[in-house]
Write a protein that binds this ligand. Structure first.
Ligand SMILES: Nc1ncnc2c1ncn2[C@@H]1O[C@H](COP(=O)(O)OP(=O)(O)OP(=O)(O)O)[C@@H](O)[C@H]1O
Ligand SMILES: [Mg+2]
Length: 571
């Protein structure tokens, strides 16, 4: 049934021209939840009363999003000192901003990736600055912490900080996640706000902050160690060396290259790509970084492109094209620069970075991209707050969340600095859950949850969770998942299924942080999730060619496989 509905939705969406279905991410609804719980949406009701009083004096257009800076009164009470740290990759932008954060009495770091938030929390705690780690799926609280490292969707716009850092700020131009960066930019109430990123974002940010009365200063950086574009392509995999990173844009290609390089008998490869569990990605990256490990080559997707510090000596683009969900297209200038910039990190084992392509035909695009400035960003993402949607729904009580979202998308009025976020993925979830007897708030939660609707198992997981929640209130993990049944995958498709199961468990944990009383099995989900990543890593180890004399890596002897049928049974 769920699968049928899924196919129906696919048809429905391609019919209205939404073929690209981006991944919704972990937006913070903690504050919203507590607002609803503690009745602090009172102002909303006042506004509604005023609106519906018929006095004719107040006309409030909820789709008017032309002044988003007014959504954050706490930040507007301050004249923030905003420092933009801009420059090429590997120029010390984040490092310098973090130094300020460390030396401030309280602060928050907001990054685009869980891995970056982890790195920052680790760095601060090591420097004896107690720091909490908060992502959509983790809460690691440290005694006495006045600092937080968070993923940008979790940026706290209700507390006061002396210092805040928003990393990779150029992502405010991202179609799907940009609005969370805009929210952090406008909403964080800090005496000092450090923004790190590409110079292409400077003029847009200056323009946006004209209305906030903040004091804005720009600091330009230079790359700390050289990056040399090579004139010769790699040509053959025989020319692979220790410290190389081959970049490919599909899982299939990544594994094909790993196999090809390893079968030559000289190197073992770590892999990093988007749908690997974050903890697996970290461990693969750590193994590659560790000089004593045998995994001396990395095969990765653009998942390595942001902020991570890896011991890469040379980046090799296996292709200069990628499929972006709609079509095969050339890599953009910022994409090429971000990825190439991973080579030769300052103070790493390979301080001079090199970059080339596998094929000679691709070299001209590589060289021209590296020489071009990134085009200036023109608009930042924006998305209506839940409060606005809630008010709208009070006036149109018959509308489901699908209609409300659609209405906002069609009618939103924006100033020229903004675009409305692409919420095709949210609409898809909305179509699934609109018929269920759930409150608007619950529907909104499911819509913004980190479900991958392109992944059938992940979307079935969401449907089951929402259905059980609507029917029974409480959602027990064991009703849809049998612990003890996960096994080491044997094939690529088994691996894909395990990655999907990991996503479903991750979704359960995400929901458990927001609907705590109704999703009580967080610990079980977390332990099964860790098991998933362990099993995936065992698969990766076994996949690797093993030198007969080399010391073998630890690996468990589990021989059963995970069939597609089994997976359906779990969910
Ligand atoms: N002054 C410094 N002293 C010691 N190490 C530094 C210094 N500046 C930067 N580094 C180190 O250099 C590396 C690159 O710095 P950083 O990550 O800040 O660069 P970035 O400009 O933010 O790069 P990206 O655009 O890729 O995020 C890091 O490992 C960082 O710790
Ligand atoms: Mg950085």
């Amino acid at each position: 049934m769920a699968a049928l509905f899924l196919r129906f939705c696919h048809r429905k969406f391609s019919a209205v021209g939404i073929s690209r279905l981006p991944k919704a991410d972990n937006l913070d609804t903690y504050q919203l939840h507590s607002k609803l719980k503690h009745g602090t949406l009172l102002g909303v009701f006042d506004l509604l009363r005023e609106y519906s009083s018929g006095s004719g004096t107040t006309k409030f257009d909820f789709t008017d999003l032309t002044s988003p800076h007014t959504w954050y009164p706490k930040a507007r009470k301050k004249r923030r000192k905003v420092i933009l740290h801009v420059g090429p990759t590997n120029s010390g932008k984040t490092h310098n901003a973090l130094k300020q954060l460390e030396s401030s009495p309280s602060g928050i770091y907001c990054g685009p990736l869980r891995l970056l938030a982890w790195e920052v929390a680790k760095r601060l705690n090591k420097a004896n600055v107690p720091c909490d780690l908060i992502t959509g799926q983790e809460r690691e609280e440290v005694d006495g912490a006045k600092h937080k490292a968070v993923t940008v969707e979790m940026a706290d716009v209700t507390s006061d900080y002396s210092c805040a850092v928003v990393d990779e700020i150029q992502m405010l131009g991202c179609k799907t996640r940009g609005f969370s960066f805009t929210r952090a930019l406008l909403g964080i109430s800090a005496d000092e706000l450090h923004l790190c990123g590409d110079p292409a974002a400077v003029s847009l940010i200056e323009e946006i902050l004209k209305v906030t009365d903040d004091d804005v200063k720009v600091e330009y950086y230079e790359r700390l160690s050289p990056l040399v574009p090579l004139k010769k392509p790699l040509g053959s995999f025989w020319n692979i060396q220790t410290g190389d990173c081959i970049v490919a844009f599909s899982r299939r290609e990544i594994y094909r290259m790993k196999k090809k390089i390893e079968s030559a008998g000289k190197h073992l490869c770590s892999v990093v790509y988007g749908s690997l569990p974050p903890e697996t990605r970290t461990r693969q990256a750590t193994m590659f970084n560790d000089a004593s490990s045998e995994f001396d080559v990395l095969v990765a997707s653009d998942a390595i492109g942001m902020g991570l510090n890896l011991n890469i000596s040379r980046i090799i683009f296996s292709t200069m094209k990628k499929f972006d969900g709609v079509e095969m297209r050339d890599l953009t200038v910022p994409e090429v620069k971000q990825i190439a910039g991973r080579a030769g990190r300052y103070r790493s084992k390979f301080p001079v970075g090199e970059v080339t392509c596998l094929h000679a035909d691709d070299l001209s695009l590589l060289h021209s991209s590296l020489e071009s400035p990134s085009p200036n960003l023109e608009t930042a993402g924006l998305f209506p707050t839940f409060d606005l949607m809630y008010m709208y729904s009070r006036l149109h009580p018959k509308s489901g969340i699908y209609q409300i979202l659609e209405h906002f998308l069609e009618n939103a009025k924006l100033s020229p600095n903004y675009f409305i976020a692409d919420c095709a993925e949210m609409l898809k979830v909305a179509a699934f859950i609109d018929e269920m007897p759930l409150s608007l708030h619950d529907k909104y939660l499911f819509c913004i949850s980190p479900v991958d609707m392109n992944d059938e198992i992940s979307s079935q997981g969401l449907t089951q969770f929402a259905e059980n929640y609507a029917k029974k209130g409480i959602v027990r993990l064991k009703e849809i998942f049998t612990p003890g049944t996960l096994m080491v995958p044997k094939t690529q498709s088994n691996l894909e299924e395990l990655e999907s199961i990991h996503k479903v468990l991750d979704l359960y944990i995400w929901l458990s942080f927001r609907l705590e009383d109704f999703f009580p099995d967080r610990e079980l989900a977390a332990s099964q999730k860790s098991l998933c990543s362990l099993l995936i890593e065992q698969f990766l180890e076994r996949l690797g060619w093993q030198r007969p004399t080399a010391k073998r890596l630890r690996s468990r002897n589990v021989s059963t496989s995970l069939s597609s049928k089994n997976v359906r049974r779990y969910l």
